[in-house]
Design a binder for this molecule. Structure first.
Ligand SMILES: *Cc1c(COP(=O)(O)O)cnc(C)c1O
Length: 403
């Protein structure tokens, strides 16, 4: 199970390609800015002092390593495989996103940037970035769809308290995709002085690589923790996939473990056969381009991204990380789906059986684990990346279920 030569480590190539996906499909001025970010990143990545500072922040600021919890009651109730939860929900700010936000904020400081700009969906990236920027001491500007501003009120309040400038975006469907467009426009005004801190493993090279590297701590810890505790690796490792950062952060350490099945869970929303009412990009989309990268996309027409939906705002994006697109094509990761309804059920079950309120995003991976565990023998192990906590979703769910 321990492969000495990590076959996947060199990905992407120098141009940012994972097979046919990734790259930089952007204007020349922007390409220059991205190449500068890549050079700066490759520089600090190899510096002892940078790695040391990041490791210390992970430990003392984020609270890493996050534990793995064996959900014994849930497993027993399902009567099948054992479910284990990697508790990224216990991180400072309540989700995995703080991992790459700290990396990006440190990079911005290193490059002497004057402002960090970003989009946010559920508000988790916005809060995590505003947090990291507050600590590093760099001005931060967050663009957020008006629909999400209303739905994710607690996160909006937190961002204001943390001192970032919040820009509500009202155009189009007023969700994540429009927020990305708006933030990008602001960034283009001065790419020299600004850093666009992308919130997932998406966008032009080097972001899919860089965000993955910052998130890969999840899988590195989880693999070692699981081995130490059980003397073996899990049979399945699963995570929800929006852009794909928590999933790739979890999967990277396991890519060379051929016996470990990796499963990414996309949001089937109200049903895969209802165009515009799901966000299952790898399941229902096809290769194309969006936001400066080649990847699977959900499109209405060539070059026109489709409307997307998920009960979890952090998952409703019509593109997906280029590395996931590649891992799907080569068959190393299976991409499956969970619906709004299943995610809601998993949210309630995990809350009531284990006393853990998951983010609705993470509940998609829990839903897949619950569905699969029931069909497997009790000596099988499923490791779920519990990407975040559900405080932000509590009012919404209670309203919806009349609690
Ligand atoms: C943002 C978010 C996601 C989705 O983003 P990925 O890049 O796909 O990980 C998942 N879970 C939580 C808790 C989030 O905040």
């Amino acid at each position: 199970m321990n492969s000495p030569t990590p076959t996947f480590a060199p990905m992407p190539d120098a141009q940012g390609f994972f097979g046919p996906y990734g790259g930089q499909f952007i204007p020349p001025a922007l390409k220059q800015a991205m190449d500068e970010i890549d050079r700066a990143y490759e520089d600090i990545r190899q510096r002892e002092d940078f790695q040391q500072e990041l490791a210390e922040l992970f430990a003392d600021y984020v609270g890493r390593p996050s534990p793995i919890f064996h959900a014994k009651r849930l497993s027993a109730q399902l009567g099948g495989a054992q479910i284990h939860l990697k508790r990224e929900d216990l991180n400072h700010t309540g989700a995995h996103k703080i991992n790459h936000c700290l990396g990006e904020a440190l990079l911005a400081r290193f490059m002497g940037k004057k402002k960090v700009i970003a989009e946010t969906g559920a508000g988790q990236h916005g809060v995590a970035l505003a947090t990291a920027c507050a600590m590093v001491g760099i001005p931060c500007e967050i663009h957020m769809g008006q629909v999400d501003v209303e739905k994710e009120h607690p996160n909006v309040t937190k961002m204001r308290i943390l001192g970032c400038k919040l820009v509500p975006v009202t155009r189009g469907a007023a969700t994540l995709k429009e927020a990305v467009d708006s933030a990008f426009e602001e960034y283009l005004k001065n790419p020299q002085d600004y850093l666009y801190a992308i919130g997932s493993v998406v966008g032009p090279h080097p972001f899919p690589k860089m965000v993955r590297d910052f998130q890969a701590i999840i899988g590195r810890e989880a693999r070692a923790q699981f081995l130490a505790k059980h003397g073996r690796l899990p049979d399945f490792v699963t995570a929800c996939v929006g852009g794909g950062s928590n999933a790739i952060g979890m999967f990277t350490a396991f890519l060379d473990d051929a016996d470990v099945q990796l499963v990414g869970v996309e949001p089937a929303g109200e049903g895969l056969d209802k165009p515009g009412r799901h966000s299952a990009t790898l399941t229902r989309g096809h290769p194309g381009q969006i936001h400066g990268m080649a990847c699977y996309v959900l499109e209405e027409a060539e070059g026109v991204p489709a409307a997307v939906h998920s009960i979890a705002s952090g998952l409703d994006y019509p593109g997906v990380g280029p590395q996931h697109s590649y891992l799907k094509d080569i068959g190393r990761v299976q991409y499956q789906t969970a619906s709004d309804e299943e995610a809601l059920q998993a949210f309630m079950t995990l809350s009531r059986v284990e006393g853990i309120i998951p983010a609705l995003e993470s509940a998609h991976a829990v839903a897949w684990a619950m569905r699969s565990a029931a069909t497997l023998p009790a000596d099988r192990h499923i490791l779920v990346n519990l990407s975040g906590r559900g405080d932000k979703d509590a009012d919404y769910v209670a309203d919806k279920l009349g609690l």
